[in-house]
Each structure stands twice: as structure tokens, then as C-alpha cells.
Design a protein around this ligand. Structure first.
Ligand code: FA5
Length: 347
């Protein structure tokens, strides 16, 4: 009687497992037959009630059936897994005859090239690099540079304000203040970085880069400034390039100068070969690239230095302007348009 029900159970299981077409269904069958409330488990429980003489034979039959069920479940699961693997492999077949994708090689942006070159020249002259925040406060960008509120020189630099007191720095000169607040002379520093002004035409960009430089010690003179800048310009531009120091005004330097470079595009002539005014130098033959001067005693007072004991020079140059001169670029906006035809020309 029990034997028969074992045979029926086995047949039923065999047909069920043949139908089980997914891993979930096989798992369900496992529970249905071998689980705590499973059909086989149930038979095992009833086993105890059998007369002792029947137990060995039936026990063996039951164990065999359980082993059989376990083996078949595992085998079926293996089959289904293999089938799934084949399905995926077929669906994702790689066509090795397709052409490969090319790795595009990037290039360094021309402004980064020029910036690195500028920095290298100053590092060889013994300058250190310092950096300051792009978002500045009014005090560091203006006031400590001797431009109190309502000072007319503030209009020279059309400012983007972030709040009443915070602004996008209009020049790298606030780094002078930040360094001098923290350190004592001797100092020989450059501060490269982005600056921002409400300005936009072929030679003015709303975001551009400057490299600030300054040197402070006990006996720094204007001739030191001239020597450092002349050496720098000869290294970065052609050695025979014309350089012009022009008297100028900055509230934070006295005396002050602006430094112009002979336009390399029109060779200083001011006009193109078609007789049009040169767009880079606007027909003047010169391009202003630098502001400079001897640090004003008032600035030293703001940072707690004694102006009777220290002196120094400072300068700030426009990196885009130098790059324009070096590569003969007529419009500053080309640097920021990310046109690959333009960018691919530099390496
Ligand atoms: C200044 O920004 C001063 N902080 C420089 C300075 C530093 C003077 C230390 C004295 C001592 P200026 O506004 O002239 O000065 O700008 C310096 C250079 O930045 C200019 O010579 C020019 O090359 C460049 N420049 C100015 N405005 C722009 C602009 N909108 N786009 C690109 N370059 C610019």
C-alpha cells in the first residue's frame, strides 16, 4: 500500500518536474516535496507508525525516493541554468568583424599651455606659488588694496557681486593681501588664477586669467621690477619683441606702470595686409598685457608691515592676452568656445 503510494508520488513528481520550466518553479517543487510540510516529509512522519518489521524495507525505499527527488531537482536546475546562459550568449553575441572604436587623444588647452609656461619661468627665478579664493570679500579685493568704498578706481573693474559684501574677484591682487596677512618678508610669490569682470569683446572676456606676482623685502626697487619683467617677457615671447613701460595708475602701487608688448600679429604696424586696423591691438601696434608698480605704503599698513622697513613691487598680467600674442589669435572668445578645430592646433 505504502509502496504503491511511493510509486505514484514518484511518477507525479517526474511529470511535474518535466513541466517545470523556470528556476522558480523548480524551487517551488522542492518545497512542495521536501519542505517542512512537503509530501515526502509527510511520508517520513507516517513511517514511525508502521509495524517494526516493515520499517527497514520501507525506510530504504523512502530514502531512495528522497535522494532521487533531490538529484532530479538539482539536475533540472542545472539544465535550466545552462539554457539561460545559452540564451544570453546568443542574444549578446559579439560581432568581432565590427570596426573598433577609436580612443580620442586629448590635448592641453592653449591657455593651460601658456599658464604653465609663465609659471615655469617664475619658478626658475625662485618665486613660490600661492592661491586665493575666486569668491572674495570686498575688503581683500578692494579696501585693503587702498580702494575704500566710493573710490573711483573701483569703476575700472566692472564687478560681478554675489552679495552685498561678496564678489567674484576682479583681479588676483587680493592674494597679495592674503599672503602678507599671514607671512613676513622676504616674499617672492606668484598667484595664478581666474578673475571676472563685466567685460565682453574681442580682447576682453568676462572670465579670464591673471598671474599676479610680488616681491617684498627690505630694499626692493623699481629696477628689480623692470629686470624681472623684462627677463620674463624675453623668455615667454620672442627675445626681440618690443616692450614698453608706460606710466599709469593703480591705487595699490606707487609709482605704477602698464606694460605693452609690440603686437606680434601686425608686427607693430597697426594694420593688416589688407590695410584694415589690426583687431588684436586695435590699430595701435601695442597690446597691454601687464599692470605693475611699487607696492603702496598704505597697502603695507593694511597688512601690518612697517613701510619704512620694507618695500616691494607687484604686477598682474593677463594670460589670454599673452596667449593671443604668442599664437596670433585675434579674438579672445575663441579660447572659450571649445571648437575642436581651434583647440586641435595646439600641442
Ligand atoms: C589689474 O588687474 C591689476 N590688479 C594689476 C596689477 C597688479 C597692477 C599688481 C599693479 C600691481 P588691469 O585691470 O590693468 O590691472 O588688468 C591686468 C591685465 O589683465 C591687463 O593688462 C590685461 O592684460 C588683462 N585684462 C584686463 N581685463 C581683461 C579682460 N576683460 N579680458 C582679458 N584680459 C583682461
Amino acid at each position: 500500500m505504502v509502496r504503491e503510494s511511493l510509486e505514484t508520488l514518484k511518477d507525479e513528481f517526474l511529470s511535474r518536474i518535466a513541466e517545470g520550466a523556470s528556476e522558480e518553479e523548480v524551487e517551488r517543487l522542492r518545497i512542495e516535496y521536501l519542505g517542512r510540510k512537503g509530501k515526502l516529509t509527510f511520508l517520513f512522519r507516517g513511517f514511525k507508525e508502521l509495524p517494526p518489521e516493515e520499517r527497514p524495507e520501507l525506510g530504504e525505499a523512502l530514502n531512495r525516493l528522497r535522494q532521487f527527488v533531490e538529484d532530479r531537482l538539482e539536475f533540472r536546475l542545472g539544465e535550466l541554468k545552462q539554457r539561460e546562459k545559452e540564451r544570453i550568449l546568443k542574444a549578446e553575441r559579439v560581432d568581432i568583424t565590427l570596426p573598433g572604436s577609436r580612443w580620442e587623444r586629448g590635448r592641453i588647452h592653449p591657455l593651460t599651455l601658456v599658464m604653465d609656461e609663465i609659471i615655469d619661468v617664475f619658478l626658475t627665478m625662485g618665486f613660490e606659488i600661492a592661491r586665493g579664493p575666486d569668491i572674495e570679500d570686498d575688503y581683500h579685493n578692494f579696501e585693503a588694496l587702498n580702494m575704500p568704498p566710493d573710490h573711483p578706481a573701483r569703476d575700472m573693474q566692472d564687478t560681478f557681486f554675489v552679495s552685498q559684501d561678496r564678489l567674484l574677484r576682479t583681479h588676483t591682487s587680493p592674494v597679495q593681501i592674503r599672503v602678507m596677512e599671514q607671512r613676513r618678508p622676504p616674499l617672492q610669490i606668484i598667484a595664478p588664477g581666474a578673475v571676472f569682470r563685466h567685460d565682453d569683446d574681442a580682447t576682453h572676456s568676462p572670465m579670464f586669467h591673471q598671474v599676479e606676482g610680488f616681491m617684498v623685502d627690505s630694499h626692493i626697487a623699481f629696477s628689480d621690477l623692470k629686470g624681472v619683467l623684462t627677463h620674463f617677457l624675453r623668455q615667454v615671447l620672442r627675445p626681440e619683441t618690443g616692450v614698453r613701460f608706460r606710466p599709469s595708475f593703480f591705487p595699490f602701487t606707487e609709482p605704477s606702470a602698464e606694460i605693452d608688448i609690440q603686437c606680434l600679429l601686425c608686427e607693430g604696424g597697426g594694420s593688416t595686409s589688407e590695410g584694415q586696423p589690426c583687431r588684436v591691438c586695435k590699430g595701435t601696434g601695442w597690446l597691454e598685457i601687464l599692470g605693475a608698480g611699487m607696492i603702496d605704503p598704505e597697502v603695507f599698513r593694511f597688512v601690518g608691515y612697517n613701510p619704512d622697513q620694507v618695500s616691494g613691487f607687484a604686477f598682474g598680467m593677463g594670460v589670454e592676452r599673452i596667449a593671443m600674442l604668442k599664437y596670433g589669435i585675434e579674438d579672445i572668445r575663441l579660447f572659450f568656445q571649445n571648437d575642436l578645430r581651434f583647440l586641435r592646433q595646439f600641442s
